[in-house]
Design a binder for this molecule. Structure first.
Ligand code: PRE
Length: 269
């Protein structure tokens, strides 16, 4: 009979099974940390996390909302990152959008420190005080002193992830994670490219130059500086520093700034 006691007994059995699996997962992560197989690379692997979440969302069904599935796995990723070393993050943001994204992405327990400027947060990563910096997604309306992306020198400091990775509707304010080294490919990635070009060159001509080199890109920001036009593009695919396609370009300066797994948007499950 389907009494409350029976249903609760079934839930208890499921909780025990889930708990066993969570403990087993943590054991595997502990083995990963101890075996030093990741000794040479960063702890945070957003490309791997994206592959896991895309795979799980692809097989998902039933009444559990996809957003809840992602939240549960986010908590597990954050926990296994903290299991592997003394991970901490620096962030900058005006208002509460960035701290909210940090809490959603890394859970409540991640050591994090707020900085009043993006360059201070980047300096914390540069000098090893923090593993990553979380900074607002570049916006055309940003004042020059808060424009942080031209200072990136990938792969030393590179964009590695875009937050939120998953959103059902309009994601609202977004953020980028900056870390040491380019991210792992996730099979569906986008890159950020900084282009400085002769101010005589139109945006269309710059886009055409990129297209002729085999780079499909969308313009995010255009800035007119005294002697150059500076553009920020989002390009399809993973473009690393040294990518052969960049050699074909003859702008004043073209620099990949990092990449991120293409976020999941507008799913309803
Ligand atoms: O695969 C790894 O490199 C891990 O550290 C494991 C793991 C996970 O818990 O699945 C944790 C953190 C990384 O960002 C990606 C994945």
């Amino acid at each position: 009979m389907n009494t409350l006691a029976n249903v609760r007994a079934e839930l208890d059995a499921i909780d025990d099974a889930l708990h066993d699996l969570l403990m087993r997962r943590a054991d595997v992560v502990a083995g990963l940390a101890a075996s030093r197989v990741k000794a040479s690379g960063p702890t945070l692997r957003p490309g791997r996390e994206a592959r896991i979440l895309r795979r799980l969302i692809g097989r998902h069904s039933g009444p559990l909302p996809a957003a809840a599935l992602v939240r549960l796995w986010r908590e597990m990723f954050a926990t296994s990152i903290r299991q592997q070393n003394n991970f901490s993050l620096a962030y900058h943001g005006v208002g509460d959008a960035v701290p909210k994204l940090v809490a959603e992405h890394f859970g409540m327990g991640m050591p994090s420190r707020a900085f009043t400027t993006p360059s201070q947060a980047l300096a914390a990563v540069g000098n090893g005080d923090a593993a990553i910096a979380v900074l607002p997604f570049p916006n055309e309306a940003d004042p020059t002193e808060l424009e942080w992306w031209p200072a990136l020198d990938a792969p030393r400091l590179a964009v590695v992830a875009r937050l939120p990775f998953f959103s059902e509707g309009n994601p609202g304010p977004e953020a980028l994670i900056v870390a040491h080294g380019m991210p792992d490919a996730s099979d569906d990635d986008r890159s950020l490219l900084l282009v400085e070009a002769d101010p005589e060159l139109s945006r269309g001509a710059v886009l055409q130059g990129l297209a002729e080199a085999g780079i499909t890109a969308r313009l995010l920001i255009a800035r007119r500086l005294p002697h150059v036009s500076r553009f920020l593009f989002e390009a399809d695919g993973l473009i690393e520093p040294g990518d052969g396609r960049l050699a074909a370009l003859n702008f004043i300066n073209t620099r990949p700034l990092g990449a991120y797994a293409t976020p999941i948007r507008g799913i309803s499950a």
